[in-house]
Ligand binder design. Sequence first.
Ligand SMILES: O=C(O)CCC(=O)C(=O)O
Ligand SMILES: [Fe+2]
Length: 363
Amino acid sequence: MPPVPHMFEIETLAQLREHAPAISAVMGSHGFCLMRGLPNDGDTIVAVAEHFGDIQRHIRADSRGVCGDAPMDCSWQKYVTEYRGVGAEEFLPHTDGSFVDGLLVEGDTAKRVTPPRLLLVQVAQRAESGGDNMVSDGGEILRYLAREELEVARILLRPGCITISRDDQMALEAAVFEPTRNGTLKMRFRYDNTVYAPSWARDALIRFHELTLDARFSTEVATDQGDIMVFDNWRVLHGRRIFSDAAGGKTKRRFRRVWISDDDTEVQMNMADEAHSNRSQEPYLAYATIKSPVPADRKISFTCGISQLSIVVALQPKESSSRSDQSPWRKTSEAAREDCGLVSGPCSPPARGTAQAQEARGV
Ligand SMILES: O=C(O)CCC(=O)C(=O)O
Ligand SMILES: [Fe+2]
């Protein structure tokens, strides 16, 4: 079978580094890639992950941040039915960590804890039958909606359209598509009993879910044992078909998974200069970041998320009212920042404050 464009045959970490430019290009064009030929063990997925960024821990992970080997903490097993990834049923297209939205103090500042930017999945053991993975391109779906079903796009961009509550985590009144500071959009979505929505957003979420299963936007990913898939978790959704394992548990399907943390969060200063951990932060300790030992110039880098350009153009109102003409948000983002007394540079406001983002959110 000829290799597919998103597939790389890689047997060593040196080869991974050689392929870095091509991997970056495929992540940019497809939002995911697959590596075949590396050793099938937990240390390998960790070493590969460290080339993409800092690993973000998970409640079910081991001390290296790997889910699927022996977890460090077993407290979650009391609530095992809350973790869909652990069962054998179908897992509908979703982004990982959609329920994570918190804060952790580190030293004398704090940082938001948010869903991962990337996720890596290694096929440790395939199922006896079923369990194939699929990927859907959230960027393509949003572009389609902005062209053909504008009101659905507007709702999915509006903060408050989705709340996700799982285990001891809650993302309250989030948006399915949220502006990042680098000008892209990041997506947060799942469709199951962890999700709540106000009545104005319900139909739009149902419609988006339907489109994640639509063959125009989704692909099956054929995998072999040991394959590593990398997903841009801000742009593509991944899912899993129902599976069954051989009787006697000989070939129990097992996937290893590692998250790469969001690098888009701003440092938060404590207003009394007294940053301190408290009980509200405890649930997020399980999702803290582990610094990668790979130096920046050896990392595989590319821009994650959904490019906003064509979407923002589609969302522009045809004719602007005189009231909105006077608003600073009608001007360019730079002019708007000046109007607000804010300067560009390291302290500039997040993209959510720009004219484009305000427009995209229907403000
Ligand atoms: O089992 C799989 O293939 C993926 C599971 C998954 O997506 C998850 O646990 O978030
Ligand atoms: Fe997942």
